[in-house]
Design a binder for this molecule. Structure first.
Ligand code: HEM
Length: 240
């Protein structure tokens, strides 16, 4: 059985899960940057405000489409036991439950943001805006999910470079908003700045001993039967 799996290699779904996850993270980052530019009324004659506004909306919707593809392919990939329930109800699965659960929380928050944005005309501005701010929570949670679940964190540099680049963009967006005087209360501005700083510092300290450290597959909650050869005998897992 082991040799059959080794010969078959990873399924095409696995490649699509990884690439759609990375693209979704990138698009979410761009959506946040465009959202901040939109709310700051940043525009130029070449990029009038309605263009920034519609780009923000369309990039956000595209990110959701990539997320749906990301989730469906991870469920269809028979390598790991992941169900649609695991994608929406956090911490219920058996494959890296905590790290996959973070992905589910992030997806649920973004679903709430997307649905309320589509129904914006029918709801009060204050409630819509309060829900929209959940985007700021969903983004770091999604980044942690990618680090904790992704196969490409340790092997190559591209996912790490993409993640660090996205982090820099989001921290710059938070900085831009805080400098412009948002939120109105100084304590909230300090909390936003502190949160961005603490999160970046946490990643710096955690990554070397976490996903970049040894035996992360085992420590992150991969079922024993799927662990790589150094920790188990499952051949297919050796590439993950
Ligand atoms: C906002 C939500 C999410 C974002 C932005 C996101 C993004 C990512 C990223 C960047 C990776 C790393 C890919 C790589 O290593 O190349 C990843 C991995 C993964 N994600 Fe998500 N994800 C999200 C939600 C979810 C949800 C809800 C599920 C549940 C089914 C899920 C399932 C997975 C799986 C199984 C992997 C590991 C793929 C592998 O073996 O490398 N993700 N995700």
């Amino acid at each position: 059985m082991t040799s059959v799996l080794a010969a078959a290699g990873p399924s095409v779904y696995w490649y699509v899960t990884r690439s759609t996850g990375a693209v979704a993270l990138l698009l979410l980052t761009v959506a946040i940057a465009l959202g901040v530019a939109d709310v700051q009324r940043l525009s130029t004659p070449r990029w009038p405000r309605f263009v920034v506004d519609s780009l923000h909306r369309n990039v956000s919707l595209l990110a959701m489409a990539f997320l749906v593809a990301h989730i469906l392919t991870s469920v269809l990939d028979s390598f790991a036991p992941i169900s649609l329930i695991d994608a929406v109800i956090p911490f219920t699965g058996s494959y890296r439950p905590f790290w996959l659960g973070l992905g589910a929380i992030s997806f649920d928050l973004l679903l709430a943001v997307t649905i309320t944005s589509l129904l914006r005309q029918r709801m009060g501005f204050a409630s819509w805006r309060a829900i929209h701010w959940l985007t700021y929570a969903s983004w770091p949670i999604a980044l942690l999910h990618g680090f904790g679940t992704g196969s490409d964190v340790k092997g190559g540099v591209w996912l790490m470079a993409l993640s660090v680049g996205c982090l820099a963009v989001v921290v710059a967006a938070v900085l831009a908003r805080v400098i412009s005087g948002w939120p109105e209360r100084a304590a909230w501005r300090a909390a936003a700045l502190g949160g961005a700083g603490v999160f970046s510092l946490f990643l710096l300290l955690w990554l070397p001993s976490g996903p970049l450290g040894s035996e992360w597959a085992r420590r992150s909650g991969t079922p024993p039967s799927l662990l790589p050869p150094s920790q188990s005998t499952h051949a297919h897992a050796s590439t993950r």
